[in-house]
Design a protein around this ligand. Structure first.
Ligand SMILES: [Zn+2]
Length: 151
């Protein structure tokens, strides 16, 4: 695997809010501007590409953009109770209760919405498209902190 293509995070970014189980400051509803980068490694194909850049970028954007300006809620969390009503979502998290408009919520099939698991989520969708290639997904939630999932 000598070659690698990279889509940098200049365009693949999204803003969203979430809350985590800990630490304390992260248990409060807060937001991030997430920056996503992807690297794909493989041998060259018959056209001398690892992958088509345009396809990779479009695929990445199609994963990232649906999360932009939404409240991210993990549906596989053991700590949250999620109640869906017709046009609202009620979330009970230990001693807190949130109520969001249904249209403002983006559900993720994850135990938590950490950057690590967001990277793994994005990776899992890209992997459907690029099965045999090594993919590295980097999710940054600030200029100095990022999480990477690669396989
Ligand atoms: Zn956060």
């Amino acid at each position: 695997m000598g070659f690698k293509v990279v889509v940098e995070s200049t365009e693949a970014k999204f803003s969203a809010c979430h809350f985590l189980k800990e630490p304390l400051q992260c248990t409060r509803l807060h937001g991030h501007n997430y920056y996503v980068s992807v690297e794909v490694s493989d041998h060259l194909d018959k056209n001398h590409f690892v992958v088509d850049f345009t396809d990779l970028k479009e695929k990445l954007m199609s994963i990232v953009k649906p999360m932009d300006h939404y409240v991210l809620i993990p549906t596989k969390s053991d700590e949250l109770e999620i109640r869906e009503e017709t046009d609202s979502i009620e979330i009970i998290a230990s001693n807190k209760r949130y109520m969001f408009p249904r249209e403002d919520v983006f559900f993720l099939p994850l135990p938590a919405t950490t950057s690590e698991l967001l990277a793994k989520y994005i990776h899992s969708i890209l992997k459907e498209e690029y099965k045999d290639k090594k993919i590295s997904v980097r999710v940054g939630e600030s200029k100095s902190t990022m999480a990477v999932f690669e396989e």
